[in-house]
Design a protein around this ligand. Structure first.
Ligand code: DP6
Length: 330
C-alpha cells in the first residue's frame, strides 16, 4: 500500500468540522524510547516489527506554524529560510505532497526548542507537530489515533510524539497499518529524570532507516532481538506500575545495548558508538557498582541519555558536568 492511499482513506470522511483558519500552529515534544523500535515490516508505511515504549521530553520539542503561500513552498527552521535543496526541506515537502492539491503551497515555520547542543532527534517531534498543525489548518478534526498514524508516515518514532508522557506504540499486524499507532499510558512519574550527555553534534553516517534495514536483513541476532523486546515490554510496564527505577533502568539499558549489539552483528557492521560513548557507559557502570541508581539508554547515535530519580541529580551533575537534565512530568 502507498502512503498516499492510506492518507486518502484516513481523510475521506473528514469534511472540515469547522471553518479552516488562515494559519495554524502546534507543538509536539521529542521522545526517547525506553524500549526501542528497530526494524520495519513495511518500509513505505514505517510499520515496525515490534512494539516500542517511550517517554516524552515535555518542553523539549518542536513548534510548527503552517499557512498557504504562492508559487513554491517556503520552509523556515529556527527562523532561517532553508534552501530548496536542503535535505530537511526535501523530506518535509515530500511529506506535504501527501496532503496538498495541485498548485497548493505552504509556508512552514519550524522552531526546535530542543537545545541543538542536546543532540536529541527532532524528526519525531517535527513530524508530529506538523501533523497536528495540519489537522487544525484543514480543520480535519482527527483524533490522536489517526494523527499518530499520519505522523508515523513521516518518521516511525514520530507517532509516539503526538501524546505526552509514557507512550506505547503497538506494532499492529494489519497490512494497511491502521492498527499501528501510539497510545498514552496513564501513569505520571514526577521524580523521573532524563540526563542528556552530548558527545557529538556530527550528523550520523548511517541513518536510523538504513541502519535498521541492514540489521533486519543481515544480523543473525535479529530474531533474538524481537523476542527480547517482548520480554522487555512486559518488564517495563511492571516498572512503571510500581515506579521501580531499578527495573525501569535495567530494562531500558539492557534493551538499548541489545539493539546496538544486534546492529553490530549486521554486515557491514552498524556502529553508532564513539570512544567517548564507551567511556561514559563505563562511568555509569562504575557509579552503579558503588550503589548509585543510575542507568542509560542510547539511540542511533553516539550520545548517552541517563535515567535516574530526582534525588541524585546533584551527584549526577558532579560526575557528568555537561549533562542536561529533563523532567518529563514537571
Ligand atoms: C534508535 O523513527 O528515526 O531512535 O521510521 O526510518 O524515520 P524512521 O526511523 P526513526 O528511528 C528511530 C530509531 C531509534 C529508536 C526509537 O526511537 O524507538
Amino acid at each position: 500500500m502507498k502512503k498516499s492511499d492510506l492518507v486518502t482513506s484516513i481523510l475521506k470522511n473528514q469534511s472540515a468540522k469547522a471553518a479552516a483558519p488562515a494559519e495554524a500552529e502546534a507543538y509536539a515534544s521529542a521522545n526517547i524510547a525506553l524500549i526501542k523500535y528497530w526494524g520495519k515490516r513495511d518500509q513505505e508505511l514505517n510499520l515496525p516489527n515490534t512494539s516500542s515504549l517511550s517517554i516524552s521530553l515535555s518542553v523539549f520539542g518542536t513548534r510548527t506554524r503552517v499557512k498557504h503561500t504562492k508559487g513554491s513552498d517556503k520552509i523556515f527552521l529556527n527562523k532561517k529560510k532553508l534552501a530548496a535543496s536542503d535535505g530537511f526541506v526535501l523530506r518535509i515537502r515530500r511529506f506535504l505532497d501527501l496532503f496538498r492539491s495541485k498548485n497548493e503551497y505552504y509556508e512552514i515555520n519550524t522552531l526546535n526548542t530542543v537545545p541543538t547542543a542536546a543532540g536529541l532527534a527532532s524528526s519525531a517531534s517535527g513530524f508530529a507537530a506538523l501533523v497536528k498543525a495540519l489537522n487544525d489548518f484543514y480543520a480535519w478534526g482527527l483524533g490522536p489515533r489517526e494523527l499518530s498514524i499520519l505522523a508515523r508516515l513521516g518518521s516511525g518514532s514520530a507517532c509516539r510524539s503526538i501524546e505526552e508522557g509514557f507512550v506505547l506504540w503497538n506494532c499492529g499486524i494489519r497490512k494497511d497499518g491502521m492498527d499501528s499507532f501510539a497510545e498514552k499510558i496513564d501513569i505520571r512519574w514526577p521524580e523521573l529524570a532524563i540526563g542528556v550527555i552530548m558527545l557529538s553534534t556530527e550528523k550520523k553516517k548511517i541513518s536510523s532507516r538504513e541502519g535498521m534495514q541492514r540489521t533486519v536483513e543481515t544480523s543473525v541476532l535479529y530474531h533474538s532481538w524481537q523476542q527480547k523486546v517482548e520480554q522487555d515490554l512486559a518488564r517495563l510496564k511492571q516498572a512503571l506500575e510500581n515506579k521501580d527505577i531499578a527495573l525501569l533502568g535495567q530494562t531500558a539499558e539492557s534493551n538499548a545495548l541489545s539493539m546496538h549489539a544486534t546492529a553490530l552483528a549486521a554486515w557491514p557492521p552498524v556502529c553508532y558508538w564513539q570512544p567517548k560513548s564507551l567511556e561514559m557507559i563505563q562511568r555509569v557502570w562504575a557509579l552503579r557498582h558503588q550503589g548509585l541508581g543510575l542507568y542509560l539508554t542510547m539511540d542511533a547515535g553516539a550520545n548517552i541519555k541517563l535515567l535516574f530519580k530526582s534525588g541524585i541529580e546533584k551527584v549526577v551533575k558532579n560526575h557528568f558536568p555537561t549533562v542536561e537534565c529533563i523532567y518529563p512530568f514537571k
